[in-house]
Design a protein around this ligand. Sequence first.
Ligand SMILES: [Zn+2]
Length: 122
Amino acid sequence: MWSLFALLLGLVVGSFLNVVIHRIPRKESIAFPPSRCPHCGHPLGPLDLVPVLSYLLLKGRCRYCARPISPRYPLVEALTGGLFLLASRFYPPGVEAFLVFAFLAFLVALSFLDLDTFELPD
Ligand SMILES: [Zn+2]
């Protein structure tokens, strides 16, 4: 049960990290506006935002304009979910586990931000 919770939490956190990774370099708010298609600007509904599953069900295309969605979005979600799942095998439920989850999320966000911008110091 703990592992399933960790996986689902990681998928949701990964979805949020996609917002962070996309908006921080553009100096946009991570809270507002709600998620939109980067091509047509249509606001995304709850069914468009289910981590990994939405991408698979929509076959990697926007529901509204049918333009391709970067596979990086489900990749970041799956990676974060996988890392949380892996961490849950080593850390029982508790404060320490959530600190590890937060640290992993931080590392995923920094990795992809640096991949895009090369702004993190070596
Ligand atoms: Zn679109």
